[in-house]
Write a protein that binds this ligand. Structure first.
Ligand code: SF4
Length: 66
């Protein structure tokens, strides 16, 4: 398993460190080279997306101000 190249700057890292997310998110996506992560694909294509968008593309409004 390899860490996603965006991890150091990704808000998912911050949410994870704050204990706001189930560990399955970083485990499944961020430590798996960003495979199948919607955020990863959007970063690659320079498509704007909100910080509170999860790796599967769903929006988690409760994270909006975190
Ligand atoms: S959420 Fe996606 S883009 Fe962000 S670090 Fe994890 S795998 Fe990479």
């Amino acid at each position: 398993m390899k860490q996603c190249k965006w991890y150091s700057t990704c808000p998912i890292k911050r949410f994870n460190e704050k204990g706001l997310l189930d560990k399955s998110w970083p485990n499944r996506y961020c430590l798996n080279n960003g495979k199948q992560c919607v955020r990863y694909e959007m970063e690659e294509c320079n498509i704007p997306h909100p910080d509170w968008m999860l790796p599967d593309g769903s929006l988690e409004k409760r994270l909006e101000n975190e």
